[in-house]
Design a protein around this ligand. Structure first.
Ligand code: SF4
Ligand code: SF4
Length: 267
């Protein structure tokens, strides 16, 4: 099935769409003459897990990582905040994490870097239809990996690059991005946009929100889960999706504690 151009994210417009069984040639290794060419002057959208893993790798609080290494472009088309990796302010606009030997954050490289040369789009939500991903191929002239003799389908490439494992951990995030609530162009108010940004990307501030406000008095949470949320970042991110479905779409993903009865007057 070919997706109408109006439903394709801007970055993927004009790229060749890959059908499920279509294969492409690709082989990238340090010996290619274009080594590191793709790590400059590129728009890399970061997922919440990208931000978390990169911040932890660099031993930075999430807020500091966001301030130092990201941009948050605002366009009319966006129904949720988007976070992009900030390129260096040099002539090549190189990625801050590229070194002579390649990517210095390779094990925690962003989702988009793992996927290259494949791009993925999720069509807008439609009532009663589970949105299925659609794949595209970047055919950049500078990339000599395209001349390699190894062939891949999009699914094989994803599995090889560890994308399947990443996507399984971020299923909750993608379910919010393509949530039917947005059908018909509904948009969140600025307060809810900010709520989404904090819970999805600024996980240290989200943890403060859980533990340093009245949150735990207002919601019933299992004691074991509360302990996990204190120290397990990825469990906290998983919990963020529950919270956001409750806060953004009024879904019953959390239980509100009953209000304490008013004190009876004794005199
Ligand atoms: S994060 Fe790594 S793979 Fe991605 S652009 Fe930067 S150096 Fe290249
Ligand atoms: S082959 Fe393509 S992906 Fe690999 S380093 Fe060269 S430009 Fe980058």
């Amino acid at each position: 099935m070919t997706v109408p151009v109006t439903e394709v994210p801007e970055a993927l417009r004009g790229k060749r769409q890959l059908s499920a069984h279509e294969s492409f040639a690709f082989s990238c290794h340090p010996g290619v003459p274009c080594f590191n060419r793709c790590c400059a002057d590129v728009n890399i959208i970061l997922t919440p897990l990208d931000v978390l893993r990169l911040a932890r790798r660099l031993e930075l609080p999430t807020r500091t990582f966001l301030d130092r290494h990201t941009l948050t472009p605002i366009t009319k088309e966006l129904h949720l905040p988007v976070v992009m990796l900030r390129m260096n302010d040099d002539e090549r606009k190189s990625c801050p994490f590229v070194g002579e030997q390649g990517c210095t954050v390779y094990e925690d490289r962003p989702w988009a870097c793992r996927m290259y040369p494949v791009g993925m789009g999720i069509p807008p939500a439609r009532a009663g239809v589970e949105p299925a991903p659609v794949y595209f191929l970047f055919e950049d002239d500078f990339c000599e990996g395209r001349c390699g003799d190894r062939r891949w389908t999009a699914e094989q490439w994803r599995a090889d690059q560890g994308v399947d494992e990443r996507d399984a951990r971020e299923a909750g995030y993608r379910a919010i991005v393509s949530h039917p609530w947005f059908i018909g162009g509904r948009t969140l108010d600025p307060k809810r946009m900010e709520m989404f940004f904090t819970a999805a990307y600024d996980l240290d501030s989200f943890r403060s929100f859980i533990f340093e406000t009245t949150f735990l008095q207002r919601f019933e949470l299992d004691a074991e889960l509360v302990e996990q949320l204190r120290s397990d970042d990825e469990a906290l991110l998983e919990f963020a999706w529950r919270w956001l479905r409750f806060a953004l779409f009024a879904e019953p993903t959390l239980t509100v504690r009953p209000a304490a009865p008013a004190q009876r007057r004794t005199s």
